[in-house]
Design a protein around this ligand. Structure first.
Ligand code: ATP
Ligand code: MG
Length: 389
């Protein structure tokens, strides 16, 4: 009897044409997350199997892999009625239950006993050997037997995976990552739909601190548990931000600053051949996130901007932040470039013509290119390395 993990795929099984691309990518993502363990991964169109010397650790890590519908610790035995019977008793002796039900999936049609008959036969055998009874409606223990061409798989506990699509299936987007609560959640939700991430962080030293930067790297490394490929690009934003404050009326500085952020993001997407911009904007949360503001700010780019938390309430976003483990880091009190020199009355309904007029007053293009040319890219995000706070 061989103990292993069986992985059931998520939504990807419905995408018939792309199935092999999906399963190959998922297998790569699974291998990446198991790095450092002694493991073997095999897969076919409907199932993936992981053999590993540390099954519990492997299961813990697999819980973070998108594209997995469920994870099952299972036992593989030869498709031989007597062997299945004795294995069943051995396995069930380890669990405590009063009622049970057996379900058989006969994927190997060469096996001559029909599913229902086989379930009944195995149920009878269990009743004879273990003090328990059958409950077909609400059993304590559901015993599943899958008879496949390469052997028979027996399992009882199915752990829910996190679903979604394999990370990377949609290519890579550029996440504008601040030290706040919203943008790490936006990143997580994008990963869930198969979009891998590079991050873009605007820093304004000495107005923003090294702790603020390390906090963002830490957040990226937490979100990276769901990817493994994330990089952080740090934009030196000080000169451009100071020029904005010098040349633009107070009430418009945030609007113009965010237009500059989008322009820089667009240039980074172009240079790195990424697909979209992703950010943590949420409708109405602050003055720069009214629909009018968003429209005026968005006007500088034709790229699609994905805003995964646009329609979530703050409490809903916090729930997800807690679930993925970013919340405690997000609330550390370091200033972001968006929160320094905040104007008293930021414009809520900015006017596009005014923005264009203010921007024509200074040579922002040169400063903007300087920002992009001097980006620092951080590629190694293992958690221990970014434990800098
Ligand atoms: P968060 O929204 O992540 O909680 P926040 O509330 O401080 O942080 P907002 O002012 O709401 O940020 O900004 C909206 C979005 O703009 C952020 O979610 C993020 O995507 C982007 N953003 C803001 N500041 C920065 C920054 N310094 N670097 C990169 N992106 C930023
Ligand atoms: Mg926000």
């Amino acid at each position: 009897m061989n103990k292993m993990i069986l992985i059931k795929y998520g939504e990807l099984t419905t995408k018939k044409g792309n199935r092999s691309v999906f399963t190959k990518l998922l297998a790569n993502n699974v291998k990446a997350i198991l790095r450092g363990l002694d493991y073997k991964v095999t897969f076919d169109r409907v199932r993936m199997y992981v053999e590993c010397t540390d099954l519990d650790e492997a299961i813990n890590r697999l819980k973070n892999v998108f594209g997995i519908h469920s994870i099952v610790k299972c036992y593989k035995v030869n498709t031989d009625v007597e062997e299945i019977k004795s294995s069943l008793i051995e396995i069930l002796n380890d669990s405590s239950f009063k009622t049970f039900k057996v379900e058989t999936n006969r994927a190997d049609k060469k096996f001559e006993i029909h599913s229902m008959d086989f379930s009944r036969m195995m149920g009878g055998h269990i009743l004879k050997n273990i003090n328990c009874s059958v409950d077909v409606h609400n059993p304590d223990l559901l015993v599943q037997i899958e008879i496949r061409p390469d052997g028979t798989y027996i399992y009882t506990d199915e752990i829910a995976g996190i679903g979604g699509y394999p990370v990377g299936i949609q290519g890579t987007g550029l996440l504008m990552l601040s030290g706040g609560i919203d943008s790490p959640v936006a990143g997580y939700l994008s990963l869930k739909r198969g979009v891998d991430l590079e991050c873009l962080y605007f820093e304004s030293p000495p107005h923003t601190s090294i702790e603020a930067k390390n906090k963002v790297i830490k957040l990226a490394s937490i979100v990276n548990k769901y990817s493994g490929n994330i990089k952080v690009n740090v934009v030196p934003f000080t000169k451009l931000q100071e020029a904005i404050y010098k040349n633009v009326p107070d009430s418009y500085v945030i609007t113009i600053m965010r237009r500059m952020m989008y322009r820089i993001a667009e240039e980074v997407v172009r240079r790195k051949k990424l697909k979209v911009i992703i950010n943590g904007e949420s409708i109405g949360q602050v003055a720069s996130q009214t629909l009018t503001s968003m429209t005026v700010i968005n006007n500088v780019t034709n790229l699609p901007i994905i805003r995964p938390v646009a329609c979530l309430d703050k409490l809903e976003i916090i729930d997800i932040a807690n679930k993925i483990g970013t919340y405690e880091t997000s609330i550390l009190p370091y200033e972001d470039c968006c929160t320094i020199f905040l104007p008293k009355h930021p414009v809520i309904n900015p006017d596009l013509d005014k923005c264009i007029e203010f921007e024509s007053k200074f040579d922002y293009q040169t400063l903007l290119m300087e920002c992009v040319d001097n980006i620092e890219t951080i590629t190694s995000l293992e958690e221990e390395k970014s434990d800098l706070l």
